[in-house]
Design a protein around this ligand. Structure first.
Ligand code: SAH
Length: 350
């Protein structure tokens, strides 16, 4: 196992009470046994939890066990506010955790699929200057169950999860990987989602990408690149000063080689900052011949930022140059702008 630098160890103060979903199935059975209950009850309770059942719907839970539900499956979040747009197809929820910490998740309905964009941390420590979450700093890591809960409590059948809400997922490594395992667990101990329908997005923490490569998972990795050159990327994604473009791409291609999964490259187009034709060519050169897809994201407005999205013709030229060089590229449709629920806009303000 590759040890992660301590700098990723966010303050643990305020972590929520333990929830069954924090534990793997064996540990859940042990926990039930510890409380004098039959181990098979772990499966029963897990089934109820992942199905999103209310206490009243848990009709097969006996009296003695019922008294322990607050302990085993504490309520992790209070739903503070729901706002929607796109005629209800996009919905942002503000959640308050037990310690008052606020986080947001976004649900997006598309024909044939429903995606939840989950937060992995309250706030973020990566300080990308164009991202509202990055501007607020890191409050704390979310627990595994706090991550799965955003999906469970979406209130409808979720087919896709993207770790593109608040936080840097790979900076909360163990809890995020455990949450992914719960999401893809096909037994009553999980959500039974397809691995291919899960995207983990990272600023590019190289040791963590290497470790993630060894997890035996088949989820999609997205790399927030935003610039093909170190000089600019050092300013847009400050962690680049530690792991430069060449190293981060190498690590991400390594994930692709191991899993056979196509790598997503995220690139927010910022007017006159990273949208020059020569940068498109440089990006193409770095990605050429690799199993990648470039997601160009028109920059979403954030409070206090002096930056704008690139004009449409500039965006189109950027796409054309990538495609001409044989690199897959599309412009992401930015859902949720009107409700500050699009990429980089989650600030979780009450
Ligand atoms: N920390 C992870 C997860 C966040 S994902 C990561 O950085 O990958 C959110 C995506 O939206 C990232 O690619 C991020 O760089 C991008 N983003 C941030 N602010 C944005 C903005 N104002 N407009 C468009 N995209 C933005």
């Amino acid at each position: 196992m590759i040890p992660l630098p301590l700098v990723f160890d966010a303050p643990k103060k305020g972590m929520p009470p333990q929830h069954l979903a924090d534990l793997d199935p064996a540990a859940r059975r042990a926990r039930l046994a510890e409380l004098g209950e039959k181990p098979f009850r772990a499966e029963q309770l897990s089934r109820h939890y992942f199905a999103g059942h209310t206490r009243e719907q848990m009709t097969d839970v006996s009296g003695s066990l019922r008294d322990k539900l607050d302990d085993l499956m504490p309520e992790l979040f209070t739903q503070l506010r729901v706002v929607d747009c796109d005629e209800g197809a996009t919905k942002k929820t503000l959640w308050r955790a037990h310690d008052g910490t606020l986080v947001e998740s976004v649900l997006m309905r598309y024909p044939g699929r429903t995606t939840v964009c989950v937060s992995s941390q309250a706030g973020c420590g990566m300080a990308c200057p164009f991202c509202a979450t990055g501007q607020g700093g890191l409050t704390r890591n979310l627990s595994t169950a706090e991550i799965t809960d955003q999906v469970v409590r979406a209130g409808e059948k979720v087919t896709n999860v993207v770790f593109m809400g608040m936080g840097e997922p790979l900076a909360n490594y163990n809890r995020v990987v455990a949450a992914v395992r719960r999401m893809v667990d096909p037994t009553p101990h999980g959500l039974g989602m397809s691995q291919r329908n899960i995207v983990v997005s990272t600023v590019g923490l190289v040791p963590a990408i290497k470790r993630f490569t060894e997890e035996g998972l088949q989820v999609t990795l997205a790399l927030s690149l935003h610039a093909p050159d170190d000089e600019l990327r050092n300013t847009l994604v400050p962690v680049n000063t530690r792991w430069p473009v060449r190293e981060v791409l190498e690590a991400a291609f390594g994930y692709t080689r191991r899993t056979g999964r196509r790598l997503s490259i995220e690139y927010a187009l910022i007017r006159d900052v990273n949208d020059q034709p020569w940068r498109a060519d440089m990006l193409a050169k770095r990605l050429k011949g690799k199993l990648v897809h470039v997601n160009l994201i028109p920059l979403n407005p954030t409070p206090g930022s002096e930056w704008d999205a690139s004009p449409k013709p500039v965006e189109q030229e950027f796409v054309r140059r990538l495609r001409d060089a044989g690199v897959n590229a599309t412009v992401r449709d930015t859902r949720g702008r009107e409700i500050a629920g699009a990429c980089g806009q989650l600030a979780a303000l009450e």
